[in-house]
Design a protein around this ligand. Structure first.
Ligand code: AOS
Ligand code: ZN
Ligand code: ZN
Length: 430
């Protein structure tokens, strides 16, 4: 039986109060789509299957390197985090899995952890290792790197941590390990680029060798931070080189915030699909750097264009195409639950809009060089307000028509604030 933290009656009452309006809006949208030869019920069935994982670290309040302002009722441990993730899933119905991060989410009994997640109707997605910060009682420091460190002892420690993550992942039902390292250099000359990359490959080969047959290894690239001159896996080029050299199970994960401003991320996606190496995503948005802002809050058109590539790949049956979708955001000034719900719906919205692209017409315009109509074809899909479709999907699945309004009406945050003691001010990125 699934434990619910928001009273199902509250969700049902709220859905009931708006259902006539949602039905009417849905019918109207259905008429509009029918004129474009799209059956709204078929579209609904497709979009209802969409899912995106929530990062366990995302339900805590984030911070910057200057300060962190803790929110009320922050989760104290992974069990609290799962409860918050359960609330998100209860209301949006498209976030059935959680991506955990170790050692942050370490427990003594993983069977219990898995059962706890299942009690909220949740499963686990990719496990994330952390060799970008030192943990209490850790013998060797990652200050100058981890998997690529010049000292073989530090590399061995970082490899061992990743192997432990795989072992934990097996117990909680994960099928992938995400490796993001902070390794790099802050000064020209600090590290030998080629030797450092070779050490990266050597360490990752040892991790790769421990992957179960049905697992994948996701390599996450990042242009800068914490290394500000050069990171080892700075872009999709290095990531692809590494994935190709490691083997079939290694793939490239695209975190939208990990590129220079104005980078054409949708084109990177197309290239990785071509190479059969797209692992999946960490969705977020960014204005300047790795801002980890809410998905689609700055550039929703870019997110749509990414999904346009993904839908195109799926519909054209691109080989070995099975991307994992995850959110990776840092919520510094909003309630993390509200931000994650909003982002999950935004990502789902872009998927629905991308399904609306008239691909036959688009191909015709591309092949006849009708540039304006090709661009218009994408804009027509992007401009379609699919809100009633998404509301209907949520209501039918027992979720909330308006997740944020229902969440606020539930008083959940005040409720957990009463039982989770306030964390004092702290510094540093979470
Ligand atoms: C860091 O910038 C990356 O986005 C990673 O995915 C990281 O593991 C995550 O943000 C948790 O800190
Ligand atoms: Zn990320
Ligand atoms: Zn990041």
């Amino acid at each position: 039986m699934t434990t619910t933290k928001i009273a199902p009656e509250l969700i049902a009452d709220h859905a009931h109060s708006v259902s006539a309006r949602v039905d009417s809006d849905y019918k109207h949208l259905g008429e509009q789509l029918a004129r474009r030869n799209v059956n709204i019920d078929t579209l609904k069935a497709e979009v209802a299957k969409f899912a995106v994982a929530v990062p366990s670290w995302g339900v805590g309040t984030g911070g910057t390197r200057f300060a962190r302002f803790p929110g009320k009722g922050e989760p104290r441990n992974v069990f609290d985090k799962l409860q918050d993730c359960g609330v998100i899933q209860q209301l949006v119905r498209c976030t059935p899995t959680v991506s955990p991060h170790f050692p942050w989410d370490k427990v003594s009994d993983y069977k219990e952890l898995r059962q706890h997640a299942e009690s909220f109707g949740l499963g686990f997605d990719a496990v994330n290792s952390n060799t970008f910060s030192d943990q209490k009682d850790q013998p060797l420091s990652y200050k100058f790197g981890s998997l690529t460190h010049a000292d073989a002892g530090v590399r061995a420690q970082a490899v061992a941590h990743n192997l432990e993550c795989i072992e934990i992942g097996k117990q909680i039902g994960s099928k992938a390990l995400t490796v993001w390292i902070g390794d790099g250099s802050n000064f020209p000359g600090q590290s030998h680029f080629r030797r450092q990359f070779e050490r990266y490959l050597d360490s990752n080969r040892q991790i790769y060798a421990a992957l179960p047959a049905d697992w994948n290894m996701f390599l996450e690239h990042k242009m800068f931070e914490p290394a500000f001159y050069a990171t080892v896996i700075q872009d999709w080029g290095s990531s692809l080189l590494a994935a190709q050299s490691l083997g079939e199970k290694a793939r490239c994960l695209v975190d939208l915030g990990h590129h220079a401003p104005n980078t054409n991320i949708e084109m990177i996606v197309a290239r990785l699909v071509h190479a059969q190496k797209l692992a999946g995503f960490h969705f977020n948005d960014s204005k300047y750097g790795d801002d980890d802002l809410d998905s689609g809050s700055i550039n929703p058109f870019q997110l749509f264009l990414v999904f346009n590539e993904l839908v195109d790949a799926a519909q054209s049956k691109a080989p070995n195409f099975n991307p994992a979708y995850m959110l990776d955001q840092s919520h510094n000034v909003t309630d993390p639950i509200e931000s994650l719900m909003t982002s999950a719906v935004t990502v789902q919205r872009c998927y629905a809009q991308a399904l609306l692209v008239d691909r036959t017409a688009l191909t015709g315009y591309q092949d006849s060089n009708d540039v304006l109509m090709a661009a218009q074809t994408l804009k027509t899909a992007f401009h379609t307000d699919v809100t009633p479709l998404l509301q209907k999907i949520r209501i039918e699945a027992g979720g909330a028509a308006d997740p944020v309004a229902t969440y606020r009406a539930s008083g959940y945050r005040a409720g957990v604030a009463a039982v989770r003691p306030a964390a004092g001010p702290s510094s540093g990125i979470v």
